[in-house]
Design a protein around this ligand. Structure first.
Ligand code: SAH
Length: 265
C-alpha cells in the first residue's frame, strides 16, 4: 500500500521530549504510518545515534527532524493543531476522541493541498504532559480512551494509536469483519475450542493415512489444507463430534470388512 500524499501535510510535534529512545519510537511510528514531518520543540537531547536505536532504518526521517525553540514557532504554518492529553482538565476546553479527530485532521489537510499549510498533532513531555500554555495554543484536545485508573500512555504509544487512526482515514481502509459463523456459534452448541479442533484434525489424519490418501510428498501440505478448511468452517462441538463419528466408523469398517458386509446384507 502506498502512502496517501495527504499524510505529507501532517506534522507530529513533540514538546520537550526527554528521552531519545522515546523519540526513536515516535520516529518509527511515524514511518510506519507514512508521516514524514516530525517537529521537536526544545528536546532534552535528540542525538541521532541514540534515536536510531529504536528507529532502525529510519535515517531519512531522523535526518529531517526539525527543531524549534517554541511551540509557537513549530505551529507557525499550521492551520489546525490538536493537543494530545491523557487528562481531561476541568476548564472549558474542547475535547474530541481519536477517530473523529483523525477524520478532521485528514479533511483539513486535504483541503489545504494548494496552500502549503499544515495540520499539527501535538504531544507533551513524558513526565508532565502538555502545559496549559501549550494547550491554549491548540484548537482542540484529543484524549485516547483508556482505563481511567491508568490513563497515561507512553509517549510513542500515544503517537502510534493516533497515527493509526489518521492512516486508516487517509488510506480509506475498509473495516473487514469475520464471517459471522467464525465469531459466534450458529446453533445451540458452542463453537469448538482449538484443542477440540486439533484432536479432530489428528483423527482425520490417522484415518486418511490408513486409507492411503496421504502421499509422502504431499502429506504435510494436504493436512495443512484440511486443517485450514476446518478452521474456516467454524465448527461447533456437535459438528466436531459428528466428524469424530465419521472417522471412528471408517476406522471400524477398515478393521472389520466382514462385519460390514454382513451388516449390508
Ligand atoms: N504524565 C503525563 C503524561 C505524559 S505521556 C500526564 O499525566 O499528562 C506523554 C504524552 O503522551 C502526553 O503529553 C500526551 O500528549 C500523550 N498521551 C499519553 N496518554 C494519552 C492519552 N490517553 N490520550 C491522549 N494523549 C496521551
Amino acid at each position: 500500500m502506498s502512502n496517501a500524499p495527504v499524510l505529507d501535510r501532517i506534522s507530529v510535534v513533540l514538546v520537550e521530549p526527554q528521552n531519545d529512545i522515546n523519540i526513536g519510537s515516535v520516529v518509527r511510528a511515524c514511518k510506519n504510518f507514512g508521516i514524514t514531518s516530525i517537529r521537536l520543540v526544545n528536546p532534552a537531547k535528540a542525538h541521532p545515534p541514540q534515536i536510531l536505536i529504536s528507529a532502525p532504518r529510519a535515517t531519512d526521517l531522523i535526518d529531517k527532524l526539525e527543531r524549534y525553540n517554541s511551540l509557537d514557532e513549530a505551529l507557525a504554518d499550521c492551520t489546525l493543531a490538536l493537543g494530545m492529553t491523557a487528562r481531561q482538565r476541568r476548564n472549558k476546553r474542547l475535547y474530541v476522541e481519536p477517530r473523529g479527530a483523525a477524520a478532521d485532521v485528514v479533511k483539513t489537510a486535504h483541503e489545504q493541498a494548494e496552500s502549503g499549510q499544515r495540520v499539527a498533532i501535538v504531544f507533551g513531555r513524558e513526565d508532565s504532559g502538555l502545559s496549559n500554555e501549550c494547550l491554549d495554543r491548540c484548537n482542540a484536545l484529543v484524549t485516547i480512551p483508556t482505563n481511567p485508573d491508568y490513563s497515561s500512555l507512553n509517549l510513542a504509544q500515544a503517537v502510534l494509536l493516533m497515527l493509526w487512526e489518521v492512516h486508516r482515514v487517509a488510506t480509506d481502509s475498509p473495516i473487514k469483519r469475520l464471517p459471522e459463523h467464525i465469531a459466534q456459534a450458529h446453533g445451540d452448541d458452542p463453537l469448538a475450542s482449538h484443542e477440540q479442533m486439533d484432536r479432530m484434525v489428528q483423527h482425520a489424519e490417522r484415518v486418511l493415512a490408513q486409507v492411503g490418501f496421504l502421499k509422502e510428498d504431499s502429506h504435510q501440505h494436504m493436512m495443512s489444507t484440511i486443517r485450514e478448511m476446518f478452521k474456516r468452517a467454524g465448527l461447533d462441538t456437535r459438528e466436531v463430534a459428528i466428524w469424530h463419528g465419521i472417522f471412528s466408523q471408517t476406522e471400524w469398517a477398515l478393521k472389520n470388512p466382514d462385519k460390514l458386509q454382513a451388516e449390508e446384507e
